[in-house]
Design a protein. Structure first.
Length: 292
């Protein structure tokens, strides 16, 4: 399975930024981690694709970004985090929630997410002063909601297409997205052209399945050179990091939890991993740090 990727270039005499993502592998790994229902996979997968695009604008290194979609649907909340190196992880509040298909036979992502709520982006460029942007949900279908976010919170009109195709066995057949963002100075004719061109990408996951990331890119940029970067599922948690967290509690607090619970359990929602420490392991942590 080819790893997920994002390809970016400028088109139409440098007036528009084009980005195409193939996030099939990313969504497949997320489904396996969280045992997602088909509609949950579609909602979370679309959000992860859009978050990967946002992360592609970050500086590589210490910069990071998180997205929270909080609606009034059956799920409640979708959370995705990433960094400038395009390491992504995410979860939804109710991964096993399922819904009947819409009348047109498509997954009902809007009802899963909810049509009323907020989309919030927190971006940290590494300077310790995070940017927070929030916009109201438009449809809960994710693509329209991110388009509204770009317009209202960042004043950057952006056409967005997102899609996740789920097979009969619940696996991801194809996933990805396309973003067209006019650069400052682009005129009304460019905005009209973007609107016309986007009609060809309403089934973006099927195009990704058929043509791949490069093939979709060439539909709009037949000759331009593109920058391509890998996008990966990677969580920053580890047993060592959790151990440091336990040390920050202090010995007495840790021992109190052990007396009440018998062990200390720390759960990472982003990668669905549960770290457990028994009494012997917990005491070893503190004994190791308190030696002269």
């Amino acid at each position: 399975m080819q790893e997920s990727m994002i390809s970016k270039t400028l088109i139409w005499d440098g007036s528009v930024s084009l980005a195409v993502l193939d996030t099939t592998d990313l969504v497949r790994k997320t489904i396996r981690r969280h045992r997602l229902s088909p509609v949950a996979a579609a909602a979370l997968g679309r959000t992860m694709s859009a978050t990967a695009y946002l992360c592609s604008w970050l500086k590589e290194g210490k910069s990071s970004l998180s997205v929270t979609v909080k609606g009034d649907g059956v799920d409640g909340k979708i959370c995705v985090a990433g960094d400038g190196d395009l390491n992504l992880r995410g979860f939804c509040e109710h991964p096993d929630a399922d819904l009947p298909l819409r009348a047109d036979g498509k997954l009902d992502v809007g009802s899963f997410t909810g049509r009323h709520g907020t989309l919030t982006v927190i971006r940290d460029d590494g300077d310790g002063i995070p940017f927070v942007g929030t916009s109201e949900l438009v449809s809960g279908e994710i693509a329209e909601d991110f388009s509204a976010y770009f317009l209202t919170s960042e004043q950057r009109p952006t056409a967005v297409a997102l899609g996740v195709k789920i097979g009969t066995q619940g696996d991801c057949i194809a996933a990805g997205g396309l973003f067209l963002q006019p650069l400052p100075g682009a005129g009304e004719e460019i905005l009209s052209r973007i609107e016309r061109e986007m009609s060809a990408f309403t089934q973006i996951s099927s195009l990704i399945e058929e043509k791949g990331c490069e093939g979709v890119l060439r539909m709009l940029a037949p000759t331009e050179r593109a920058e391509t970067r890998p996008v990966r599922f990677r969580c920053h948690c580890s047993r060592e990091r959790i151990g440091q967290l336990l040390l920050s509690l202090g010995r007495e607090e840790a021992l109190s939890i052990l007396r009440d619970e018998g062990s200390i359990s720390v759960y990472c929602h982003y990668c669905n991993t549960n770290y457990q420490f028994n009494e012997e392991e917990t005491l070893a942590l503190f004994d190791g740090t308190e030696r002269p």
